[in-house]
Design a protein around this ligand. Structure first.
Ligand SMILES: [Zn+2]
Ligand SMILES: [Zn+2]
Length: 351
């Protein structure tokens, strides 16, 4: 074991603060990473505040990790000290079930090991995330990051990026399709960028007039204010695919009605309470309503490579580690363009 400093919640109502963490020494298949940047995901806040009632304290959040390899175990050949690498929402899985074998570790039938608040398979410790100076991860869950990209702006690709890339790829979004992205936050802004890069005609739906110019700048061809009933009515039956990134409760049927026959709406935002779905909207035009969870390791690598080729990263606001509580408060007000990223050089050297 070696110790390093992390930032943890010690109770649901406690502010995050520095703690000393024990990390396992790298085994034969492990990669030890010095963390440079970590994105701030809404899940971090839910978990730190125990809003899902399953938090193991102390909890060190963070699953949008970019860093450099410090050292590798004896069996690791794909990574070398100094490589720029990433770690997303998963650090392990059973590797034997049909989903794992097909590279869909996020749907592991036993359950994947989350990057924080999970149980390590290498000895039963609790996983601690990226709000930390270092992390040790099995090479099968470490990703190569293109050197040409800004590493801080790559961090959010590891959760927000892959969460939007995966469904757009799975449902084969591309040229000739009219595609809607609902909500312009951490997820939505990546959805706009990817849908545009895949060649679709992209329409952003937002509740706030202040986001129209940004939506266009990020790559949307049109922006529709979803509170404008007349504008919404004009869009009925016109969409091949809609990616809904809104985590708050909202009227899903208003968007299902925008789909063409056989069109698909995929939910990637996760409202806390069940959404009422109009079955009539589904059956009248054989519409599909689905969900999607992050992406598997092979697809996450594919996304990072794609981003390297097409020069795609997240729009970020860099913060110091000790600004995390302010960042959470601003995130709750959707006051971020469009993802906070922690500069890990600002982590205290000691506790
Ligand atoms: Zn996340
Ligand atoms: Zn599995």
């Amino acid at each position: 074991m070696f110790s390093c400093v992390g930032y943890a919640a010690t109770a649901a109502d406690a502010r995050l603060g520095p703690v000393k963490l024990d990390r396992r020494d790298p085994g034969p298949d492990d990669v030890q990473i010095d963390i440079l940047y970590c994105g701030v995901c809404h899940s971090d806040l839910h978990q730190a505040r125990n809003e899902w009632q399953n938090t193991i304290f102390p909890c060190v959040p963070g699953h949008e990790i970019v860093g450099r390899v410090a050292k590798v175990g004896a069996s690791v050949t794909r990574f070398h000290a100094g490589d720029l690498v990433g770690v997303g929402c998963m650090v392990d899985s059973c590797r034997e079930c049909p989903s794992c074998r097909e590279g869909f570790e996020q749907y592991c039938e036993v359950g994947f090991v989350p990057t924080y608040n999970g149980e390590e398979r290498q000895g039963g410790g609790i996983t601690f995330g990226g709000y930390s100076r270092a992390v040790v991860v099995d090479q099968a869950f470490v990703l190569k990051v293109p050197e040409k990209l800004d590493p801080a702006a790559v961090a959010p690709l590891l959760c927000a990026g892959i969460t939007t890339y995966s469904p757009l790829r799975h449902w084969k979004v591309g040229p000739g399709q009219r595609v809607g992205i609902v909500g312009l936050g951490g997820l939505g802004h990546m959805g706009v960028k990817f849908a545009r890069a895949f060649g679709a005609e992209v329409v952003l739906f937002t509740t706030s007039a202040s986001k129209v110019a940004d939506g266009l700048r990020l790559g949307a061809h049109e922006v529709v204010l979803s509170k404008d009933a007349g504008a919404m009515a004009k869009e009925r039956g016109r969409f091949d695919f809609i990616l809904d990134a809104v985590a708050a409760n909202h009227d899903i049927n208003a968007y299902l009605d925008l789909l063409k026959r056989d069109g698909t709406l995929v939910q990637v935002g996760a409202p806390e309470t069940p959404l009422p779905v109009s079955v009539f909207s589904l059956l009248m035009k054989r519409r599909n309503f689905s969900g999607s969870l992050i992406g598997g390791i092979p697809e996450t690598q594919e996304m990072l490579d794609f981003c390297g080729e097409h020069d795609i990263t997240a729009d970020i606001e860099m913060i110091r580690m000790d600004q995390i509580e302010d960042a959470y408060a601003r995130m709750l007000r959707s006051d971020v363009k469009y993802r906070f990223v922690i500069d890990m050089a600002t982590m205290p050297e000691s506790v």
